[in-house]
Design a protein around this ligand. Structure first.
Ligand SMILES: Cc1cc2nc3c(=O)[nH]c(=O)nc-3n(C[C@H](O)[C@H](O)[C@H](O)COP(=O)(O)O)c2cc1C
Length: 361
């Protein structure tokens, strides 16, 4: 697997040839300079769920493994930084490979179509496409309490930390209770905004990944979390919807439950294979989430439909647009399509100067 320089001066922040734990301890692999940034005067900052933020740019749940990563992203001009999805108990991440490159031009339209691995980093930036499969590994709660507080303390004025949480299905335990318990760990650590991950496509047979397409589950779990976290704003992270009516029902259920924002989209789940047709991540992980360039059209489709639903139904939800933003103009496309704020995961990991280039425009 190659980690060739993406630009002559900067490697990707994440070393895909190494484990998740190695990247947590030794990353992010940033070798460049932190460019100087002029913040807009604070009377031009925007409101994000009751907090003044200096720009509408952020990093969604995933690439920011711990406080070292959130701090770097914030210094690189991302003003809304999301701490990677946490669980109520420690869990090992999947072994490598966790990230592989994909052929970006493959069509995602047919869910049965297999996506083929690319062994080299694409030379054309817009073609960056990856699949990630981590199984949402997580350190123990003691570490999280300390590290989330540190992440928050290292942000500048005009920046905010979101903490992403997920429930873990365990034999004999309530999944909904566990979701609420995990949100409380985030709150105890000082999180000012919590995001519930209702949409991870890498958790196959469990209930974790499919919640976002079921209005009843969304309503039940979100109400329970809101009941626990009180005044803290709750975001729910969702995937792409084929069925617009279902999307509307979910948004309505979320609003009734007290959710304040919707973030979409998560990765698009597909079967990922090597050139010889065998599963690229091994036989136990045939399906994984595709992200980067190829999902941008899905993200745009999501944002436009979400904006229409939120406005027509007068839901008052804040909309976070994510998926395939690789160049600064993609952030503008998402904002123009109706997102209130916009984020990049794959784009920022392979081009840490992405936000700075947007600020300089
Ligand atoms: C390395 C990596 C890890 C991710 N882990 C999570 C996660 O733990 N929780 C989550 O809600 N989304 C996770 N995501 C999904 C991203 O938040 C985002 O929705 C998706 O990657 C699409 O955005 P992008 O095309 O800018 O990467 C992850 C994405 C990447 C690239």
């Amino acid at each position: 697997m190659s980690t060739q320089p993406w630009t002559p001066t900067q490697l990707p922040l994440y070393d895909i040839s190494k484990s998740y734990e190695y990247n947590s301890v030794h990353g992010p692999f940033f070798v460049g300079k932190i460019p100087e940034r002029k913040f807009l005067p604070c009377n031009q900052w925007i409101d994000f769920l009751g907090h003044k933020v200096a720009s509408p740019l952020g990093v969604p749940a995933g690439p920011l493994l711990n406080s070292k990563w959130t701090t770097l992203a914030a210094r690189l001009g991302f003003d809304i930084v999301t701490y990677k999805t946490i669980r109520s108990r420690e869990k090992q991440a999947h072994p490598i490979p966790n990230i592989i490159y994909l052929n970006a031009h493959e069509k995602l339209d047919d869910p049965n179509e297999k996506i083929i691995q690319k062994t080299e980093l694409p030379q054309i930036k817009e073609d960056i496409a990856i699949t990630n499969s981590f199984g949402m590994g997580c350190p123990n709660p003691e570490y999280l309490l300390e590290d989330i507080a540190k992440a928050k303390s290292e942000l500048a004025d005009g920046q905010i930390l979101v903490v992403s949480v997920v429930g873990t299905p365990r034999e004999g335990e309530s999944f909904v209770d566990d979701f609420a318990r995990t949100a409380m760990i985030a709150k105890e650590a000082g999180a000012e905004i919590i995001e519930a991950n209702f949409s991870c496509p890498n958790v196959g047979k469990s209930t974790e990944g499919s919640i976002y397409s079921d209005p009843e589950s969304v309503g039940e779990i979100a109400s329970r979390i809101v009941g626990e976290i009180g005044d803290l704003p709750l975001i729910i992270k969702v995937g792409w919807y084929k069925d617009e009516n279902k999307m509307k029902e979910v948004f309505q259920a979320a609003t009734r439950a007290g959710v304040q924002a919707i973030s979409g989209i998560n990765t698009v789940g597909r079967k990922v294979v090597k050139a010889d047709g065998s599963p690229a991540l091994g036989p136990t992980r045939e399906t994984s989430g595709v992200c980067g360039g190829p999902i941008r059209s899905y993200a745009l489709d999501f944002i436009k439909k979400a904006r229409k639903i939120i406005d027509e139904e007068k839901l008052g939800l804040t909309l976070i647009g994510v998926g395939g933003a690789i160049e600064p103009e993609h952030f503008d496309q998402f904002l123009d399509a109706g997102a209130n704020v916009t984020m990049s995961a794959t784009g920022m990991m392979w081009d840490p100067y992405l936000a700075i280039r947007w600020h300089k425009k």
